[in-house]
Design a protein around this ligand. Structure first.
Ligand code: ATP
Ligand code: MG
Length: 447
């Protein structure tokens, strides 16, 4: 007799089974199903370790106890999908402390062999081989953990914004031009016209501020056609975008980012223990206020502490971000805002003092990596047109946006956060591609 509550976690009619982690040693009989993770053949005794999404369980086939099942299991292969009905018994050696004495054994699907990639054994394979065989690589418990953690992280992030009254939006991925235009765009053929994949939803978020939506967020996708070869860039990016109106200044935007990130990290620390364990991560939630330093202070700090001078004096370079990250992390601050870049882009609000220009732009550096860029936007269209003329930006590409903002726009600001980078840093992965199920880079379009 099956134990009550042993059906799958929803009540849809599915193959009867429970998760391996839910197998209690005092149950009479349970059904489990999953992939064959490991096979240990000891003569009259076969141990199968079966893996489902939540964990592993050992099934012990004894020739003298269940000769028919023992015969059937002789043909089993790694990664076959099996279902076992059996009696749980306590066992010191088994993973999870419980093993199954089988009553029924059925193979739902056989796996081809040999496997091009080992799932169970901890062999060192380079990332490119892993990604070539991503379909199998994704089966590894520690890889699956990255993505179940991501799911929990983003659910918590969205929960924060939902509770704060932000509207969940969807902006187009196909556009006539880019947010900033230029070489970073992927051109596509749109019927008989040229179009581009979206680089950022920023213009649309701002149009929604003009439209009176007040506070919005979007879990979306952005495309960058840069020809990079780094451990922190990909061509298709998961982006979390936020925009809010009636702000006093960019500090209100930073407050939102700080609170929401802390909330999401706290949720992971509390609800993703198994994943953090599998990934061997000791996640510290930044409970203190994130330091907010000016761009000039960041430059001074890099010079005096590390003798480092970024090549471009109007931006921090990768090394600069890394050094700043280390400096603040040592003081217990994994996250730090750098505020007031001398960035003269037309869409940022500028603070001008004499001939010093500081834009109300900020970056969030988390564990030494730029996680997001944002700031207070310029909402006065006349000022924007002036700056565009000075900077030589083609107004025609932005006419739909400038027009939309011209009909009354509240002061507003926002940011775009790279979800893949956030996940990379939270899980302590070396390369951003490990934090993406099927990453895209200049050389990889498959799988
Ligand atoms: P970087 O200088 O690191 O290339 P960026 O300043 O060009 O980044 P933004 O336009 O500010 O990037 O995009 C907002 C956020 O999106 C970044 O802070 C980052 O987290 C993420 N992001 C941008 N480009 C990429 C990329 N090619 N791959 C992965 N994430 C990216
Ligand atoms: Mg940036």
């Amino acid at each position: 007799m099956m134990d009550a509550g042993t059906v799958s976690r929803n009540s849809l009619p599915m193959i009867e089974r429970i998760h391996t982690v839910d197998v209690e040693p005092d149950a009479e009989e349970v059904a489990i199903a999953g992939h064959v993770h490991e096979i240990r053949d000891l003569g009259g005794l076969v141990f199968l370790i079966v893996r489902d999404r939540e964990g592993l369980i050992q099934v012990v086939f004894k020739e003298e106890r269940e000769p028919d099942l023992f015969e059937a299991v002789q043909d089993v292969g790694s990664e076959d999908v099996v279902r076992v009905v059996g009696e749980p018994v306590e066992s010191g050696q088994a993973p999870g402390g419980v093993e199954l004495v089988p009553h029924e054994y059925e193979v739902l699907d056989e796996a081809a062999s040999p496997l091009p990639l080992e799932i169970a054994k901890d062999v060192d394979v380079d990332l490119s081989t892993r990604l070539d065989n991503r379909a199998l690589d994704l089966r590894k418990p520690e890889v699956l953990a990255v993505f179940t953690l991501r799911s929990k992280l983003m659910a918590a992030m969205e929960e924060w914004f939902d509770e704060e009254g932000f509207v969940d939006i969807k902006t187009p991925l196909i556009s006539k031009g880019g947010a900033e235009g230029g070489a970073e765009l992927f051109p596509i053929l749109y019927y008989d016209r040229d179009a581009f994949l979206s680089q950022s939803p920023q213009l649309y978020k701002q149009i929604l501020m003009a439209a009176g939506y007040e506070a919005v967020y979007e879990t979306g996708t952005a495309f960058r056609a840069e020809n990079f070869a780094t451990s922190r860039h990909v061509s298709e990016i998961a982006m979390f975008d936020v925009e809010l109106a009636y702000i006093e200044d960019h500090h209100d935007v930073m407050d939102v980012q700080e609170e929401s990130l802390r909330y999401a990290l706290r949720a992971v620390a509390e609800n993703a223990e198994r994943e953090l364990d599998l990934l061997d991560v000791d996640l510290e939630v930044p409970e203190d206020d994130f330091p907010r330093i000016t761009f000039d202070e960041a430059l001074d700090l890099l010079e005096t502490e590390f003798g480092h001078f970024p090549e471009d004096p109007t931006d921090l370079d990768t090394k600069g971000e890394k050094l700043l990250g280390e400096y603040f992390e040592e003081q217990g601050h994994p996250a730090v805002f750098v505020v007031g870049y001398p960035d003269e882009k037309f869409y940022y609000m500028q603070d001008v003092e004499g001939d010093e220009i500081a834009s109300r732009k900020f970056d969030l550096i988390y564990k030494g990596l730029e996680l997001s860029s944002g700031g207070q936007r310029q909402h006065n269209v006349d000022v924007m047109r002036e700056v565009m003329a000075e900077e030589g930006v083609e107004e025609a590409n932005f006419e739909f946006y400038l027009e939309a903002l011209d009909f009354g726009t509240p002061p507003h600001g926002g940011y775009g956060l790279g979800i893949d980078r956030l996940l990379q840093k939270v899980t302590g992965l070396d390369n951003i591609k490990e934090a993406i199920m099927f990453p895209r880079d200049p050389n990889r379009l498959e799988p």
